[in-house]
Ligand binder design. Structure first.
Ligand SMILES: [Zn+2]
Ligand SMILES: [Zn+2]
Length: 347
């Protein structure tokens, strides 16, 4: 009978309806509808030390509440009939979190174009357990030692600090950690929990400061049929640093770059020094040892400077890097009783 709607009656409320869902009318169905069946017992492992939580086989450092919400969503079965579903979780986590935490799960959505809200009270059990990282840290675990040294000298405190900052950044990027630092005669030894983090850090140090890297693996045992190695990574910083003043074939050179190539300028005139072999260089002093002096007069090709030790006027060639004017302070160094201007702070 086309075009004729067959009326049915809801056995629950007795209303006439053209469609029965689960044997009742739409209104009765919505009234008794449950978006979520019973909530499962939920246990979450949380590291009391760093706050990381265990999720799908991994320790995750992140917002614990978000982690718990993800875990809850993963463990509940929401009815397929619910549309535009939104799920929120409210819970008060202690500091540090632990024990039984009461929580409220709020679900909103639409069923047959009608909005519904649902609330479920339940408990989350938070189990305190040290994460892999924290237990390794506590146990002094390490896979590599980065030895920071310099060729023919001890690295300066400043250099060591810069190297440690670079290393720490890289190690953190790998979610690893430094187990210990040991000052040794010629530098510092850094114990790092992960090989790849140590390698990465060592590479970055060389990239910034130059020098070379030497990696030696040491067999420490076997686990699961595989050899276990520890690495010793020797980072040897270059003999000279930028700012060192050296003798080069009888002339005085200020080194301006040491990372890829050794570059510098002759202090007597400011001209760029040609290709220099490290074996031809002899350390003299660092530019930070320069003293202040007064620039007295500037001529076309020469300048007069007041020697800060003898207080006598000295005539020097005018170097290319000179930017100061007469009467201003300049920086000078004295080598073998000879005075040299050095570039100002802007260089
Ligand atoms: Zn009904
Ligand atoms: Zn932890």
């Amino acid at each position: 009978m086309k075009g004729v709607v067959e009326l049915k009656f809801c056995p629950n409320c007795g209303e006439a309806t053209d469609e029965l869902i689960d044997h009742v009318c739409k209104n009765c169905f919505i009234r008794t509808f449950k978006a979520v069946e019973a909530l499962p017992e939920l246990e979450i492992r949380v590291c009391p030390n760093c706050g990381a939580y265990y999720h799908r086989g991994k320790w995750i450092e992140g917002d614990l509440k978000k982690g718990i919400t993800d875990e809850v969503v993963r463990n509940i079965k929401v009815s397929d009939l619910l549309e535009k579903t939104e799920i929120k979780l409210d819970c008060e986590l202690g500091e540090p979190p632990g024990g039984i935490v009461p929580a409220v799960l709020r679900i909103e959505g639409e069923i047959f174009n009608q909005s519904i809200k649902e609330e479920h009270n339940f408990n989350i059990k938070i189990k305190r357990e040290s994460c892999v990282r924290c237990s390794r840290m506590a146990g002094g675990y390490y896979e590599a030692i980065v030895q920071i040294r310099a060729e023919g000298r001890r690295p300066s405190g400043e250099e060591i600090d810069s190297c440690l900052v670079i290393l720490a950044e890289r190690v953190e990027g790998h979610a690893s950690f430094v187990t210990k630092l040991i000052d040794v005669k010629n530098g510092v030894d850094v114990y790092v929990a992960s090989k790849s983090a140590a390698q990465d850090g060592a590479r970055e140090i060389i990239k910034r400061f130059g020098g070379e890297r030497c990696v030696s693996p040491k067999l420490i045992g076997r686990r699961g049929g595989r050899d276990l190695y520890r690495l010793t990574i020797l980072v040897r910083l270059p003999r000279f640093v930028s700012g060192d003043i050296v003798y080069f074939r009888g002339r005085v050179v200020l080194l301006t770059s040491v990372s890829k190539h050794t570059e510098g300028i002759y202090l007597e005139n400011g001209m760029k020094a040609g290709k220099m072999d490290l074996s031809d260089l002899k350390f003299c002093m660092n530019v930070s040892d320069a003293e202040e002096a007064v620039l007295l007069v500037i001529y076309e090709k020469e300048v007069e400077v007041l020697d800060p030790e003898t207080f006598k006027a000295v005539t020097l060639k005018k170097p290319l890097f000179l930017t100061e004017s007469a009467g201003e302070e300049v920086r000078v160094i004295k080598i073998d009783d000879r005075v040299f201007l050095v570039p100002g702070k802007g260089h």
